[in-house]
Design a protein around this ligand. Structure first.
Ligand SMILES: NC(=O)c1ccc[n+]([C@@H]2O[C@H](COP(=O)([O-])OP(=O)(O)OC[C@H]3O[C@@H](n4cnc5c(N)ncnc54)[C@H](O)[C@@H]3O)[C@@H](O)[C@H]2O)c1
Ligand SMILES: O=c1ccn([C@@H]2O[C@H](COP(=O)(O)OP(=O)(O)O[C@H]3O[C@H](CO)[C@@H](O)[C@H](O)[C@H]3O)[C@@H](O)[C@H]2O)c(=O)[nH]1
Length: 428
């Protein structure tokens, strides 16, 4: 099948490369010329395990990239994988997505074939109509058959390729059997090989499934963090408690890792967006509000644990891990951001280290120091805060000896508690 993917960020690039790998002819469209040049040179514009290999294999073959919308109508379907960032009040800004939807509509206006526009971006249910309207605006008086469907994405960064190619579920949000058939044709090579649940529903419900999924997971982490904070007060290890409750199938063992909280480009944005949309519709979602409140408090709790051992003013403090989670260079809404801000407020000399995310964090905090290794960051430091659970932090042991004062506050339960260091776990 001939398919367009508009937007080549984390989701779009993964989608385009994976669809090419499934045997489709894919055109990736992005307004960013650098992104397009990278893709055409056979390189992924973002860091994601396995993605470079897929792009290298398919670029110039059945994966092309362009900044132009002019050949959109040659394909049978167009995915829109455009950013939907938070606005000040937590609601999402769909202007970039609307612009892409309208340009897609315009490009289809003169085509006599039919076409399915599939919203991959995460949008709240009331926004679906706005995207339908934007496509219609672009189409103008055209009599082409163009429908809008939603097909939310559940991949995680760091395992995006793996998640996309072997999903537990795919959700088709369509208004007609014709649209469902077309989405099924897109996913057919994947569904043939995997035991994947296919959820067939309307476009608005599909988008709500996405929000409910993320809100549930984020709230699960906030709940274990809340319980973890209680454990810490009692001198109890929250991980021992989590392991035990996870044995109950009704709770499940995943997403019970307590610590410095959830970050990333999705959970904070999506939870804020569904809260804002619910409030606009007249409902105050109290549990979701509390999930955000607990999450916002965790970085400050990490800093307060450090305060109990060192007055960091004028002292060097290492922040280990800048990415919002291991396996990615993404620092969007990383918990390292409030941690660095808190250290700066306290007058500390902050030195950050991350195996891959340094450059992204440097854009946000150009004034702090960045080290090339965890060992270098720890040299002469009077405190270390562990913010991301990169495996390499588990083996640091001797590197802590180079610290001025070996106080280690672990926000992710990753450091081995060794001899000669003052070790504090956030919830254990
Ligand atoms: N990142 C994730 O893990 C993830 C997972 C599931 C869902 N989502 C959702 O998917 C959507 C995309 O997220 P992302 O992280 O890939 O965003 P991103 O910011 O990484 O990528 C968006 C891309 O769209 C391009 N773009 C913007 N306007 C354009 C236009 N008019 N035409 C063509 N290209 C245009 C940008 O240049 C950019 O490359 C969001 O709604 C997000 O919530 C993200
Ligand atoms: O037990 C846990 C699990 C995760 N996290 C944190 O939660 C955040 C999100 O982690 P994860 O879900 O692995 O990463 P994302 O790539 O943000 O993926 C989430 O957001 C995506 C975008 O919507 C969805 O597609 C995925 O299904 C959903 O898991 C990170 O800061 C993690 O450190 C914890 O603190 N404890």
């Amino acid at each position: 099948m001939n398919i367009n993917v508009v937007g080549s960020g984390y989701v779009g690039t993964t989608l385009a490369a994976c669809l090419a790998d499934l045997g489709h002819d894919v055109t990736a469209i992005d307004i960013d010329e650098d992104v397009v040049a990278e893709l055409n040179a056979g390189r992924a514009p973002i860091h994601e395990p396995g993605l470079d290999e897929l792009v290298a294999e398919h670029a110039g073959e059945n994966l092309q990239a362009t900044t132009a919308y002019e050949n959109v109508a040659d394909a049978e379907a167009t995915f829109l994988a455009i950013q939907t960032p938070s606005r000040e009040d937590g609601s999402i800004d769909v202007a970039p997505l609307e612009a892409a939807a309208e340009m897609t509509g315009e490009a289809l206006a003169d085509a006599d074939s039919d076409h399915l526009v599939i919203v991959k971006s995460t949008i709240t249910p009331p926004k679906v109509d706005e995207i339908r309207d934007a496509v219609a605006e672009g189409l103008g008086e055209s009599s082409s058959r163009v429908e809008v469907a939603t097909n939310p994405e559940f991949l995680r960064e760091g395992t995006a390729v793996e998640d996309f190619l072997a999903p537990q579920k795919v959700v088709f949000g369509t208004d007609s059997a014709w649209a469902t058939d077309r989405l099924e044709a897109v996913y057919a090579p994947l569904l043939a090989d995997h035991d994947t649940h296919v959820v067939q529903t309307g476009p608005e419900t599909a988008t709500m499934i996405k929000y409910a999924n993320n809100a549930f997971l984020a709230t699960k982490i906030s709940l274990i963090n809340d319980l973890g904070n209680v454990c810490k007060e009692f001198g109890i290890d929250a991980y021992e408690v989590a392991d035990a409750i996870g044995l109950d199938d009704r709770i499940g063992e995943q997403f019970l890792r307590s610590g410095v909280g959830w970050g990333g480009s999705c959970f904070p944005k999506d939870v804020a967006a569904i809260i804002a949309a619910a409030r606009e519709a007249g409902y105050d979602p109290a549990v979701l509000d509390a999930a955000v409140e607990v999450n916002d408090r965790q970085p400050e709790r990490l800093l307060e644990l450090l305060d109990e051992h060192v007055d960091v003013e004028g002292k060097r403090v290492a922040v280990l891990g800048l990415a919002f989670k291991p396996g990615t260079d993404d620092t969007r809404n990383s918990r390292a951001i409030p941690v660095i801000e808190g250290l700066k407020e306290r007058g500390a000399d902050v030195v950050g280290y991350d195996p891959v995310a340094t450059e992204n964090m440097r854009e946000q905090f150009p004034e702090i120091e960045y080290a090339d290794s965890a060992g270098e960051a720890l040299e002469w430091a009077s405190g270390a805060l562990v913010v991301t659970d990169w495996d390499e932090f588990a083996a640091l042991d001797e590197a802590f000896d180079a610290m001025e004062e070996s106080v280690v506050v672990d926000g992710r339960r990753v450091v081995e508690r060794g001899e000669g260091i003052t070790y504090e776990g956030l919830t254990w």
